[in-house]
Ligand binder design. Structure first.
Ligand code: F42
Length: 160
């Protein structure tokens, strides 16, 4: 179900502008991180305190129609604000290029986190450096379609 409410753009200019370009072009422009050329997605969520609609770009880490959301904040010592938003209300919308889907966010632990962490570092190698300097365990969420297409293989203990 689409999230409804008043959109409150990020106070960070580069974040706000990337969201505007990405969404305003229907997911055809602003789809990579600056000069890295690596793809990003846009995640829409509800603010835990404000109740407003919040939007953030994140690196695109996709596997079997599911996506990781890595709360790295560039290796900053504290979690990004959006971490608390997803914990308070896991219903999100994810835009990957022109496609937009409702998803549910779930914070990962143990082996499942380790698997997705490897995928995240493969997609965006600087995450490994961010973890080294962060002085906290960087949280990893999986964003799953609200109505999964039936692929449950990653939940098997032997999944890669
Ligand atoms: N950040 C990541 O953590 N991981 C990534 O993979 C990532 C990739 C990426 C790619 C492109 C790009 O342009 C940015 C990218 N970022 C990535 C940065 C990311 O988009 C976020 O800006 C960053 O993680 C910081 O997130 P933040 O939620 O701390 O955002 C700040 C700037 C912000 O908007 N703060 C707001 C403010 O007013 O200060 C508050 C936002 C908010 O959600 N408030 C909640 C509310 O209720 O509205 C309350 C939150 C609470 O504490 O309960």
């Amino acid at each position: 179900m689409p999230l409804e409410g008043e959109y409150e753009p990020s106070p960070a200019q580069w974040v706000r502008e990337q969201v505007e370009l990405y969404e305003g072009s229907g997911g055809t422009r602003g789809t990579t991180l600056r000069d890295t050329g690596l793809p990003v997605v846009i995640v829409t969520m509800r603010g835990a305190k404000s109740g407003s609609i919040r939007k953030i770009p994140l690196m695109r880490v996709e596997h079997d129609g599911r996506y990781a959301a890595v709360a790295s904040k560039g290796g900053f010592p504290s979690h990004p604000d959006w971490y608390f938003n997803l914990k308070a209300d896991p219903q999100v919308e994810l835009q990957d290029g022109p496609e937009r889907r409702s998803m549910t966010a779930r914070e990962l632990t143990g082996d499942e986190r380790a698997r997705w962490w490897r995928r995240a570092v493969a997609a965006y190698p600087p995450y490994a450096e961010y973890q080294e300097k962060a002085d906290r365990v960087i949280p990893v969420f999986v964003l799953e379609p609200e109505h999964p297409g039936g692929s449950a293989k990653d939940t098997a203990p032997t999944g890669n």
